[in-house]
Design a protein. Structure first.
Length: 217
């Protein structure tokens, strides 16, 4: 394994030992996790929880029920997640896909090949690589690594990648240097987010307190 690959493994081990398991992604069902992946775009998880709770209270966290729900009512229910009109349209696009692809039987998608399903998810208006990969990894248990702005921030600051690296390039780097293990992929993604929020912040960097400071070049 390359030097960078060894550092990547060390970062994972250090964060896990320091922070412990993350128990991500919150959600009782495949569908709830997918809904959460769409709603969490450009907002924090606490807001998503409020929106999902609204759907649960109204007994609407079901693909067929949401499909036939009036757009305005859906937008009102998910208001806490922000950009609610845009996100209601994205949810409806996803629901239309579920209707056409598996007649709302979302569990059937687990039988599809990882990259075949990925291409189908990416063809849905409003679902980009990060959202699609979050669904694949956390909802459908597919072996694919989710990267985001936090991943770029931490890895570029530790000299592993360039700051302008593309999503696909960063994903390939991670998957090449990590064991192909779904649970490690889930845990590492969660640990990266937690570390970025605790120490590797966008402006007020807390390197003094960060357990990863020893890996900075």
């Amino acid at each position: 394994m390359s030097k960078k690959g060894n550092i990547l493994i060390n970062i994972y081990t250090t964060l896990f030992n320091h922070l412990g398991p993350s128990h991500w992604w919150p959600g009782d069902t495949i569908f709830e996790i997918c809904v959460g992946a769409i709603l969490t775009q450009n907002t924090n998880w606490s807001n998503v929880e409020k929106a999902i709770l609204n759907l649960k209270i109204n007994n609407l966290l079901d693909p067929e029920k949401l499909f036939f729900l009036d757009n305005e009512k859906l937008a009102k229910l998910i208001t806490p997640a922000g950009y609610y009109r845009i996100k209601s349209k994205r949810l409806k696009n996803f629901l239309m896909f579920l209707k056409k692809e598996v007649n709302f039987q979302i569990e059937r998608l687990k039988d599809q090949n990882t990259y075949t399903l990925r291409e189908k998810l990416l063809s849905i208006n409003g679902i980009g690589p990060e959202t699609a990969d979050s669904m694949l990894l956390y909802a459908f248990d597919k072996p694919i690594f989710v990267v985001d702005a936090y991943t770029v921030r931490i890895f570029s600051r530790h000299g592993l990648v360039e700051e302008n690296i593309s999503y696909s390039e960063l994903q390939k780097f991670c998957m090449k240097n990590l064991p192909q293990d779904i649970e490690i992929y889930k845990e590492f993604h969660a640990l990266i987010v937690r570390a970025a929020k605790l120490w590797c912040k966008k402006k007020k960097v807390q390197c003094t307190f960060c357990p990863l400071s020893k890996y900075i070049n």
